[in-house]
Design a binder for this molecule. Structure first.
Ligand code: NAD
Length: 255
């Protein structure tokens, strides 16, 4: 088999529609020689239906990243399909409505806790659940929305992403001795289900359309997917704790 990811065995979370960044990542990975196992949250039959649109058939394992039983059983379930893992993709985010759209000052801790559990802490949980299957050269990749500044309407999700960026650096520290890398892709705004749940998301769309030096297609997940695959590959062997921007260059431009 040929391709950037030839022979790589990957666990990819976060497919819910064919607009999911994870769906594009799985597609590009398969096109480049990888064997992919998906996990799905909740609506498994929907995820299985969407997965049929990928170039190759893929197994789908149920995983709620807040469920300790799912996490404890993950390695055994993955082993039913592949004998190890070379890469893991965390493409998961969620915040209750109170945490988004301008509610920063009023969101209760219980809701913020949910956002942090699913969007931040789970990065570590997923990596640890997959760790028994990983060896030197392994790669964990997650998705952030540049958290170096405060955005309108992103509110506690922005805090969750800042935490995720830090968690990725700590994971890089703690898994470095085992030769396992941890990196994030900071994608620009993309019209996915998660994005649609953010009231006022169109403000990002307008800003990117006007200011990204390379321009920005809100419906094209492939640039982010390609970066994910590059970070999963052997072509970033000495890169860890990094955030790679895939945003048309928006982050580099001042107001
Ligand atoms: N869409 C954007 O504009 C954008 C930009 C930058 C980063 N991101 C990030 O990309 C990642 C993927 O999001 P997306 O935009 O593809 O949207 P999406 O809605 O397609 O994917 C989000 C996924 O999170 C999963 N999920 C939610 N709660 C879960 C749980 N408890 N356990 C397991 N999975 C759970 C959902 O099932 C879904 O598959 C997220 O981390 C998101 O924050 C998105």
């Amino acid at each position: 088999m040929s391709g950037l990811l030839a022979g790589k065995r990957l666990l990819i979370t976060g497919v819910i529609t064919d607009a999911s960044i994870a769906f594009s990542a799985a597609k590009v990975a398969q096109e480049n020689g990888a064997t992919v196992v998906l996990t799905g949250f909740g609506r498994l039959s929907l995820v299985e239906r969407i997965a049929k649109r990928l170039p190759e058939p893929v197994p789908v394992i149920e995983l709620d990243v807040t469920n300790p039983e799912h996490l404890n059983g993950l390695a055994d379930k993955v082993r039913e399909h592949v004998d190890g893992l070379d890469g893991v993709v965390h493409s998961i985010g969620f915040a209750p409505q109170s945490c988004l759209g301008g509610g920063f000052l009023d969101a209760p801790w219980e809701d913020v806790a949910t956002a942090l559990h699913i969007s931040t802490y789970s990065y570590k949980s997923l990596a640890m659940a997959a760790l028994p299957l990983m060896g030197r050269g392994g790669s964990v990749v997650g998705l952030t929305f540049d958290a170096t500044q405060a955005w309108p309407v992103y509110d506690w999700m922005g805090v969750a992403k800042a935490g995720l960026e830090s968690a990725s650096r700590y994971l890089a520290v703690h898994l470095g001795k085992q030769g396992i890398r941890s990196n994030l892709v900071a994608a620009g705004p993309l019209r996915t289900m998660a994005a649609k749940s953010i009231p006022g998301f169109e403000q990002f769309e307008e800003a990117w359309s006007e200011r990204a030096p390379l321009g920005w297609d809100l419906t094209d997940q492939e640039p982010a997917a390609r970066a994910i695959c590059a970070l999963l590959s052997d072509w970033f062997p000495a890169t860890t704790g990094e955030v790679v921007h895939v945003d048309g260059g928006y982050h580099a431009v001042g107001a």
